[in-house]
Design a protein around this ligand. Structure first.
Ligand code: HEM
Length: 497
């Protein structure tokens, strides 16, 4: 009967095509009612201005492992209800880890990740006849290693980092199936026994891998000199308010429990790596498909960065306007998080065309659809970075919907409003830094047959490339000082692994 309640897919598409928003019933979320908003003015109104009265800042019940397994007692930033706990842990991430002054301290870790990636790609392309590389796997490993270093510190055993990355991929693959536990967990736990057991196993593995590293940081009397504070360090003494106080009275602030630590580290590693790794693949895939754009990025870099410079530095990125336009265009066409969701709370007075939306309704904002709106963009399905240069249709479009967005949202790959992604700044820094250096180091071209680049998405929990990125690489800077530097890093990397 639940299946019968869901509208046929085609009908839903037609309704969505014709309207600013549509009511759908989502059978997978058991009797839940969803509204899907596809209009950019309505999206801005709801996400940025909120529902009169309430803030319209809650997400629907989540399938995050911590929350489900602890019966909603332990939360991470994404799953926490809008309130003191959310405020405390989000503020900690934004001001203690992602503040620009702190981000500078992680520059050596970024450099090591880049050097490891370049060395890995060099090794692959020089050891095969045709320069073929498994770019998807290499990109993921480099970005995960960087997140792990920012979370737990340098010097975590590379074997353990690989095991954490494998566990995270497994968890992300399972997440769509785990949505059934977001509502009525006591019942769904019985019905979907196998999935529940899988969730318990994945979580236990995370505890076994993360807790010794967390304890090691707790036990440090003093950080090694010059080492940046890790995400775990910032959580150790953090005191947060409690949203679960049944009486509603203001509860005293408390330290985080082990379960919350594990959940927050899992979120940092997963949210910090997976959408960024997917975005980096989409960007490089478009550069492989559009060689003229790749060459234009390279020319811009060569004009700004001296031939003997070791790398495109983070300071250089601000001068690379065309590179920035490429990032924006790839994020517009391929938002790696497919949709953003809010739940209407009793305090939220959310109105659509004069009708109040009932409390409990989930409001979805499909990101790709908003960003490919043909009334907002010329030729919305085409990859045209120039549109983000001065005078183009996208110039002036900001990733932060509140600022300069003239009451509408033309794209929001990082979401919008108070719950928008807190990692946007660091993600854009990582994307710019990696893309610039990968284009400077190598010429990227397409392989043939099954290894060719397909810009076809596979949409699940994330919007990833259906066929993982493969490419043929040719070295630039073959005899330069830069090559020697990467060789040096490669030798160190091989010794470590
Ligand atoms: C290209 C990379 C990334 C993309 C496309 C992305 C996208 C998003 C989106 C669409 C949301 C939902 C926002 C909303 O509901 O309005 C989100 C939330 C979030 N992201 Fe990211 N993200 C990226 C990188 C990161 C990084 C590097 C971190 C760092 C750990 C991060 C941590 C989070 C967290 C904690 C939330 C939940 C925020 C809250 O509920 O207050 N993300 N992200």
């Amino acid at each position: 009967s639940l299946l019968r309640r869901a509208p046929p897919f085609k009908e839903m598409q037609t309704r969505l095509a014709a309207a600013k928003w549509a009511l759908v019933r989502d059978f997978s979320a058991a009797l839940r009612q969803d509204v899907v908003v596809t209009d950019r003015v309505t999206a801005h109104h709801l996400l940025v201005r909120g529902g009169a009265g309430g803030a319209f800042c809650n997400r629907p019940p989540t399938s995050a492992a911590s929350s489900v397994l602890s019966r909603q007692r332990h939360h991470n930033i994404g799953s926490a209800p809008y309130g003191p706990l959310w405020r405390g842990i989000r503020r900690n991430l934004v001001s203690e880890v992602f503040h620009p002054s702190r981000l500078r301290v992680y520059a050596p870790a970024r450099r090591r990740a880049l050097c490891g990636l370049v060395a890995d790609l060099r090794e692959q392309c020089t050891s095969s006849n045709d320069g073929l590389v498994l770019a998807a796997e290499s990109i993921h490993a480099a970005l995960f290693g960087l997140s792990a270093a920012m979370c737990f510190g340098d010097g975590v055993d590379p074997g353990r980092v690989r095991a954490m990355a494998d566990g995270m991929e497994d968890l992300i693959r399972s997440l769509v199936g785990l949505r059934v536990f977001a509502a009525l967990p006591a019942l769904t736990e019985l019905i979907y026994r196998q999935r529940w057991n899988k969730l318990v196993t994945l979580r236990r593995q995370q505890e076994e891998m993360y807790l010794p590293l967390i304890d090691a940081r707790r036990g440090l009397l003093r950080r090694p000199s010059g080492e940046a504070p890790t995400y775990v360090d910032t959580l150790i003494d953090l005191l947060v308010g409690d949203d679960n106080s049944a009486s509603g009275a203001k509860a005293p602030k408390q330290r985080l429990a082990d379960g919350e630590f594990v959940g927050l580290c899992s979120e940092f590693l997963g949210a910090g790596t997976e959408p960024a790794a997917a975005a980096l693949q989409w960007i490089m895939a478009n550069l492989v498909k559009h060689l003229d754009v790749q060459e234009a990025v390279r020319s811009e870099i060569d004009a700004v960065v001296g031939a003997d410079a070791e790398e495109v530095s983070e300071e250089d990125l601000g001068k690379l306007e065309y590179l920035n336009a490429v990032l924006m265009e790839a994020l517009r066409l391929h938002p790696t998080v497919p949709s953003v969701a809010r739940q209407v709370m009793p305090d939220d007075h959310v109105f659509l065309d004069g009708r109040r939306v009932v409390a409990g309704t989930t409001v979805q904002f499909p990101l790709e659809r908003l960003a490919r709106d043909e009334t907002a963009w010329a030729e919305p399905d085409k990859f045209m970075p120039e549109r983000f240069l001065a005078g183009g249709g996208g110039s002036g479009v900001s990733l932060v919907a509140a600022a300069g967005s003239a009451g509408e949202i033309k794209m929001m790959p990082f979401g919008a409003g108070r719950r928008m992604c807190p990692g946007m700044g660091v993600a854009m820094l990582h994307l710019g830094y990696f893309v610039a250096n990968l284009v400077r180091e190598f010429e990227w071209t397409e392989a043939e047959g099954d290894l060719a680049v397909h810009l076809e998405p596979q949409v699940g929990f994330l919007n990833v490339m259906k066929r993982p990125l493969r490419a043929r690489l040719a070295l630039r800077n073959k005899g330069s000082a830069v090559a020697e530097l990467y060789l040096y890093y490669f030798i160190i990397w091989v010794k470590l692994v």
